[in-house]
Design a protein around this ligand. Structure first.
Ligand SMILES: Cc1ncc(COP(=O)(O)O)c(C=O)c1O
Length: 383
């Protein structure tokens, strides 16, 4: 029987590689380094948790199913899933094409790969598909990578068109799905070869872990990521898998609530004369509003508001009682940050300008609090 994602998420123990003897609703945490080879008689033999672990396998099976892939590796951080992608696909002297508006940690990682492994990195605005094609035509690109929505610019990239273009020039296409999550969009259905995400965010949903995952479209690619995850020690520990398995069941209702409250707050901010611009993909004023609606089932609760000055943005952040000044997003507690100071501190002023971030840009991640409380808090904080 074909099941909806929320049904699958509410029965995660069914994704365990074998049945628990007591039918536990929460599959046990196999917190062990090793397994006794003599005591196993099933088809699959476990030897060492770095390579395979039943608890982790449960989450990997779930992610493979909901992302419509052929295999998955859960990693110890979200950035480890990006690193694992690079380690699997790139070789010394490879070329990679990346959307310029990418997570600051990915930007820093690309710098490391550039310096250590002589990787050539091409940055581009993926809204300009003709320019993208020019780069693909004129360079031996092995891998194309983007987020959608991008972060913090919140551009919506046409995933189907980018997958088609990448494959036309024999490049693999990977999407960082941290912000939208599989509840909202499944990149492999649009033709991507990999969907990777930080489970630190909406997927675990409670800000209690730092972890990630990468799902591959084909069995061959899945085997390769599994091989490199074991060789390079990228896999996630079973305790964190358990924490994620607790939070994940409420993903759909959380995404609905994050979406609703964030739209209300974005609309409130749009009317304030100290705000020069609000960028939220669910607002009609967003340039890719129609594509966002077509590509995503839920619009995540992250948006940007440009304050008229850095001073006012800082005053707001200083005075707010509910919003924490924190990086990351997708938690129950609302948070704000100035990308130029925190998540994108590794970008130069010019690089920030190119992705539309000003010094007064504040990124909001709206949590699950009462929305009126949040609006009242903003009002008192800017006074
Ligand atoms: C889009 C995106 N990808 C990857 C990461 C890295 O994830 P983690 O912090 O879990 O390592 C982040 C973290 O903020 C992110 O925003």
């Amino acid at each position: 029987m074909k099941k909806s994602i929320e049904t699958s998420l509410s029965h995660i123990a069914k994704y365990a590689p074998f049945e628990d003897v007591a039918g536990a609703s929460h599959f046990p945490i196999y917190n062990t380094g090793t397994f006794d080879l003599k005591k196993q008689h099933g088809e699959k033999i476990y030897d060492y948790t770095r390579s395979d672990n039943p608890t982790r396998e449960m989450l990997e099976n779930l992610f493979t199913d909901v992302e419509k892939g052929a295999g998955c590796v859960c990693t110890h951080t979200g950035i480890a899933s990006v690193a694992l992608l690079f380690e699997t696909v790139l070789k010394v002297n490879s070329h990679i094409l990346v959307e310029a508006d990418c997570y600051g940690g990915t930007f820093r990682l690309l710098k490391v790969f550039k310096e250590k492994y002589k990787i050539t990195v091409h940055f581009a605005n993926f809204l300009e598909q003709e320019n993208l094609e020019d780069i693909l035509k004129n360079n031996p690109i092995d891998l194309v990578l983007c987020e959608s929505p991008t972060n913090p610019g919140l551009k919506i990239i046409d995933l189907e068109a980018t997958a088609t273009l990448s494959h036309k020039y024999n490049a693999l296409f990977a999407v960082d799905n941290s912000l939208a999550t599989f509840m909202s969009q499944r990149p492999l259905e649009f033709g991507a070869d990999f969907s990777l995400f930080s489970t630190t965010k909406y997927v675990s949903g409670h800000g209690a872990v730092v972890a990630g995952a990468i799902v591959a479209k084909t069995k061959e690619l899945a085997q390769e990521i599994h091989y490199y995850a074991n060789a390079l020690g990228r896999s996630q520990n079973p305790m964190d898998v358990y924490l994620i398995s607790l939070g994940i069941a409420t993903l759909k209702i959380r995404m609905q609530e994050h979406q609703k409250s964030s739209i209300e707050i974005a609309e409130f901010l749009q009317k304030q004369d100290y705000i020069t611009k609000v960028t939220h993909p669910a607002l009609k004023s967003h340039p890719q509003y129609e594509l966002a609606k077509k590509q995503m089932d839920y619009i995540p609760g992250v948006f940007c508001a440009d304050f008229e000055s850095l001073e006012l943005a800082e005053k707001f952040i200083q005075n707010t009682e509910i919003f924490g000044e924190k990086c990351s997003f997708g938690s129950p507690d609302s948070r704000v940050e100035i990308p130029a100071k925190i998540s994108h501190a590794s970008f130069s002023k010019e690089e920030l300008e190119a992705i539309g971030v000003t010094s007064g840009t504040v990124r909001f991640s709206i949590g699950l609090e009462n929305v009126q409380d949040l609006i009242e808090d903003i009002k008192q904080a800017v006074q």
